[in-house]
Design a protein around this ligand. Structure first.
Ligand SMILES: C[S@@+](CC[C@H](N)C(=O)[O-])C[C@H]1O[C@@H](n2cnc3c(N)ncnc32)[C@H](O)[C@@H]1O
Length: 232
């Protein structure tokens, strides 16, 4: 049983249909803005959680239908929620563990999306996961990853919000977090031969109205968005 198997039903109750306040107000739009056309593309979502993101993306790109849609997570309980609450009729729901070889063919995927997963992966999880992503992406393929920003994690450790690699999230439960520098993200992308640009997601007043404690961190980026491309 994975950590999120135990958390799955609470996770859905609390993060709900838009992923929680930060995602609803800031991150979802920012990530979606990095995704180009999805019509006839092969798309993989890694660590989909309760599965709220993909229906939202499809709605924003209305009229465009991917050729293949793989919604994955290590937690079968999260996948059950995704299938029950956010079912997309033509999507494949599959177990995928970033630490292991993905059972997906080389050069077969156009777009990979992963929100708030890689910041939870210890040790070789980041490097190996990125290498696997590079392997399965087509030339010209794109990967969009959001993670908690290293500066945000660092300050939350100092404030005691992150302890023993667990962060008390603003939604009130503990989620795994790895302390990792920006340089470590960059060098892992480089060693996986992924070309990248980076963007930061900051809080805004609408978020601070709902999560006043985050206002104390105004000016600190909350999330890092990695936009990777593959040239091979
Ligand atoms: C913080 S949640 C994010 C879920 C969703 N992407 C979202 O933004 O709401 C992290 C998710 O990553 C999944 N996860 C953790 N370790 C994983 C691994 N090694 N391989 C694949 N998924 C993993 C968890 O089961 C969980 O659903």
């Amino acid at each position: 049983m994975t950590y999120y198997d135990k958390l799955a039903s609470k996770w859905h109750k609390i993060t709900g249909y838009k992923g929680g306040a930060f995602k609803e107000l800031i991150l979802n739009e920012l990530v979606i803005s990095k995704i180009n056309r999805i019509e006839s593309k092969s798309i993989l979502e890694i660590g989909a959680g309760n599965g709220y993101f993909m229906p939202m993306l499809l709605k924003k790109k209305s009229g465009q239908r991917p050729q293949k849609l793989m919604i994955t997570d290590i937690s079968t309980k999260q996948l059950e929620t995704a299938k029950k609450i956010f079912k997309i009729s033509y999507a494949e729901y599959r177990m995928l563990d970033v630490y292991k070889k993905f059972s997906i063919e080389n050069n077969s995927v156009d777009i990979i999306i992963s929100n708030m997963v890689f910041n939870e992966l210890k040790g070789v999880g980041l490097k190996n996961g990125l290498k696997e992503c590079e392997r399965i992406l087509k030339i010209g393929g794109r990967i969009i990853i959001s993670v908690l920003h290293p500066e945000f994690v660092e300050i939350q450790i100092k404030r005691g919000v992150v302890k023993n690699n667990l962060m008390i999230s603003t939604e009130g439960f503990r989620v795994p977090v790895v302390q990792r520098s920006l340089q470590e993200y960059k060098s892992s992308l480089e060693s996986a031969d992924i070309n990248y640009t980076l963007d930061n997601a900051y809080g805004n007043q609408a978020l601070y109205n709902i999560k006043p404690k985050l206002k104390e961190l105004k000016g600190i980026p909350i999330a890092l968005i990695i936009i990777g491309t593959i040239s091979k």
